[in-house]
Design a protein around this ligand. Structure first.
Ligand SMILES: Cc1ncc(COP(=O)(O)O)c(C=O)c1O
Length: 413
């Protein structure tokens, strides 16, 4: 058993971290944006690198003593360039939101127009939603999805012609279908707009060739590193355009961020190494296969899925008779953790919603197979068909099942 400083110095906090470790091991994590990161990533993030200030970029820093962190950031950049098959990467964004902020700051002036997907259809807050700074400093215009829940590219084109945005954003938080980046670029070119891809959710599939690549179609692309990529919590920006890369670098530091989180950048480098291994392709394939197992299982049980299914790692269930909030809570009582999610045209508020979003990435990282996902689909249906009822029986089953599939081979807390 390792000697924990936290346990000795701060038993109260240690106890809470341990509680979270227990929670993660006794529940099934199906939030589409979460994952279990690699042990190597956690080691890098828990290292002395957190002590170092390194404003600036490798070999152009505003602080002394950066010779080692320069090598670490350069390693992260080189690995990311190989992974995304691109010419320029900035690995400093503290999060996906920061990455998006830097792109807007680099390419837009205040009040410029952003065209993006509306929130209830699967867009993200940082895609110029009114409640986000991005929707207050810039003018947000939005496209949605058609009655079937799919992007209607003709409609996007028509809206773009009317709005004449400076930037079009494609890439989403809750869109279960493939994105046609080529078609989006044609639309962007027709109105002289930049095309920004936000692959926060699908990056792990993209780098494995399991989703079309945003390059060469997008001018610039943002991502998170912690969702399907299984890296540390953070963001990045990449592009093949040198002028845009230079602008983004300035927009990120000193434009919108201060010192980079060197321990997280080291974590990103460690994660990218895993993503570059041949096994990563098998993982990404398995994530998609497992999502299909969930789709089939839930459709067989008579549930309605937005867009009728999924092409990626996530699916969105739509309910009529109860809310997403009620579904999230009932599944939570059964040990299955999901998030309530708005659905296209949702009449309920974002805190109530008419749907839930499910993803297969985390449980695939935990080693579950297709048979396990079929079992989970049955359990989800059992809970939702008895939404107001007692879930303690299912909870016991899920707890036992979860403990048979530990998150990590040894305790890490
Ligand atoms: C499409 C998309 N972009 C950006 C983000 C923001 O990422 P973060 O939470 O790291 O700021 C998210 C996160 O949910 C997302 O889904």
């Amino acid at each position: 058993m390792p000697n924990y400083f936290l346990e000795q110095n701060d038993p109260e906090l240690f106890g809470l971290v341990k509680d979270e470790w227990v929670r993660q091991n006794t529940h099934l994590e199906m939030i589409a944006s979460e994952n279990y990161t690699f042990e190597s990533v956690m080691e890098a993030m828990g290292s002395v690198l957190t002590n170092k200030y390194a404003e600036g970029y490798p070999s152009k820093r505003y602080y002394g003593g950066c010779e080692v962190v320069d090598k670490i950031e350069s390693l992260a950049i080189e690995r990311a360039k190989k992974l995304f098959n691109c010419a320029f990467v900035n690995v400093q964004p503290h999060s996906g939101s920061q990455a998006n902020m830097a792109i807007y700051h680099a390419l837009l002036k205040p009040h410029d127009k952003i065209l993006s997907m509306e929130l209830s259809s699967g867009g993200h807050l940082t895609h110029a939603s009114k409640v986000s700074m991005t929707g207050q400093h810039f003018q947000g215009f939005h496209y949605g999805v058609n009655a079937k829940g799919w992007i209607d590219y003709e409609e996007v084109h028509e809206i773009a012609q009317i709005v004449r945005p400076k930037i079009i954003v494609c890439g989403y938080s809750a869109y279960p279908r493939e994105i046609d980046f080529k078609r989006f670029r044609q639309i962007a070119d027709s109105v002289g707009a930049y095309l920004m891809g936000d692959i926060a959710h699908i990056a792990g599939l993209v780098v494995a060739g399991e989703h079309p690549h945003p390059l060469p179609h997008c001018h610039v692309i943002s991502s998170t590193t912690h969702k399907t990529l299984r890296g540390p919590r953070g963001g990045l920006v990449f592009t093949n355009d040198e002028e845009i890369a230079t602008k983004v670098n300035k927009a990120l530091f000193p434009g919108t961020q201060g010192g980079p989180l060197m321990h997280v950048i080291a974590g990103k480098a460690a994660g990218f190494l895993e993503n570059l291994k041949p096994e990563w392709r098998n993982y990404a394939k398995a994530v998609k296969t497992h999502t299909q197992v969930l789709v089939q299982g839930l459709l067989e049980q008579g549930f309605h899925l937005v867009s009728g299914g999924s092409d990626n790692h996530l699916l969105v269930m739509r309910f009529e008779d109860f809310s997403g909030k009620e579904a999230e809570e009932a599944l939570g009582r059964a040990g299955i953790i999901v998030n309530k999610n708005t659905v296209p045209g949702d009449m309920r508020s974002p805190l109530i919603t008419s749907g839930i979003r499910l993803g297969a990435a985390a449980l695939t990282s935990r080693g579950l197979d297709s048979k396990d996902f079929a079992f989970i689909a049955v359990k989800i249906a059992q809970v939702l068909n008895n939404i107001k009822g007692d879930q303690s029986g299912v909870y016991k089953e899920i707890e036992a099942f979860s403990q048979g599939h530990p998150t990590y081979t040894q305790p890490i807390f």
